[in-house]
Design a protein around this ligand. Structure first.
Ligand code: GDP
Length: 365
């Protein structure tokens, strides 16, 4: 039946042992491979995948950045740190305008043009609506369909939750990951309604404002501050009957901008018309951005602005962590509850109460 074999531990013994029946492999390799595929990548695997331009790995890394779980955050920070030396080489462009002005159509037209010129484009979005509504102005429709299927473009919608500050911080980190993955043009899209522009301006090199003819500034919800931030204004939908009014509006904006004080970049903001339908003026948008980059790299403003943005990230991150730790402190949470009552009952002024709590926090051992 079975082969009698010599006991390998005792070869001179007359006792022969029987070789047992070979057992089938205990491990189901199909499942093993499945679990292997499902397991989280290591930091090194993430970094390698990102540097190779692997979009799936890039997407997964962005999901880690967006996660609020502590272990995801720490892992994301390690990935970002290792990607940083490979980042920074792109042109970062902020694009804003009220809903319906044609941001996604313009980005799609511009994006398809850029990828034909061998650029790799990442489109990110900051959407201030998401915090309140949990919905999103920028994400509620099927947007940029042809660009979404373009292998040289990477589109990532706005994270759907979090404060504007939080979303802005994460977007900066996502820019680093996209740059490390080889994207040399980054568009950060936002809705032109206020605060989010300030956040976007603090992370881009160039700011493009899209406007419409025949709509007053109030109607377009564009505040003077946003116009002041713009490096270029394009009057979009300059096609058909709308062409002549768009050119008139461009002249009016040019006159209005001439009254603004000159920027320290040495750049004179440009105003022109474009149509994402006929594609007239789309190439001019990119020419203008390229001219701006040439000028500001030449006079050093480009680098100075990035340095200032970096210092701003430093102080914002310190502020963020200090605030987080303060509010998460058990003792402070208890005291805060009590102090809130005292303030409401007018037993202590809000200023004094705040100072007292902060002193208490920092005097803890
Ligand atoms: P967004 O909300 O700013 O992203 O605007 P969309 O890109 O979604 O465009 C809003 C509407 O305007 C859509 O129906 C577009 O088809 C239309 N649109 C966008 N660009 C143009 C353009 O250049 N000319 C014309 N005539 N319509 C446009």
């Amino acid at each position: 039946m079975y082969d009698k074999i010599t006991d390998p531990e005792n070869p001179n013994s007359n006792l022969k042992v029987q070789k047992a029946i070979e057992q089938p492999d205990q491990i189901n390799h199909t499942f093993l491979n499945h679990f292997k595929a499902k397991r989280q990548l290591t930091v090194e695997e993430f970094v390698k995948g990102i540097l190779e331009g692997n979009r799936t790995v890039l997407s997964q890394a962005i999901t880690l950045v967006e996660s609020s779980l502590y272990e995801h955050q720490t892992k994301a920070q390690k990935i970002i740190e290792q990607c940083l030396p490979h980042a920074g080489k792109s042109i970062r462009v902020g694009i804003t305008g009220v809903p319906g002005v044609g941001k996604s159509t313009t980005i799609e037209a511009l994006g398809n043009m850029l990828t034909k010129q061998q650029h790799k484009l990442a489109v990110l979005a900051i959407d201030p609506s998401s915090e309140k509504t949990k919905g999103s102005i920028l994400g509620d429709k099927t947007r940029m369909e042809t660009l979404a299927n373009n292998p040289s473009a990477f589109i990532r919608p706005s994270p759907s939750a979090g404060s504007l500050g939080g979303v802005a911080r994460k977007t900066r980190e996502i820019i680093v990951l996209c740059e490390a993955a080889g994207y040399d043009v980054i568009f950060v899209e936002t809705v032109g309604v206020g605060q989010s522009e300030v956040a976007v301006a603090s992370m881009v090199d160039f700011f493009l404002l899209l406007q419409l003819a025949n709509a007053g500034d109030e109607l377009q919800g564009i505040k003077r501050g946003i116009m002041e931030m713009a490096d270029a204004i394009s009057i979009n939908k300059a096609d058909g009957d709308n062409k002549a009014p768009s050119e008139l509006a461009a002249r009016q904006y040019r006159n209005a901008l001439a009254l603004f004080p000159p920027s320290s970049s040495g750049w004179q903001p440009q105003v022109f018309t474009s149509s994402a339908y006929t594609l007239d003026g789309i190439d001019h948008i990119w020419e203008t951005i390229s001219d701006y980059v040439t000028l500001t790299k030449g006079n050093g403003y480009f680098y100075q602005r990035r340095n200032e943005q970096n210092l701003r990230i430093l102080s914002e991150t310190i502020n963020y962590h200090l605030t987080q730790r303060f509010y998460e402190d058990k003792q402070i949470r208890l005291r805060l509850e009590q102090v809130r009552k005292d303030v409401l009952d007018n037993r202590i002024s809000a200023y004094v109460a705040a100072q007292t709590l902060i002193d208490e926090y920092f005097s803890q051992s």
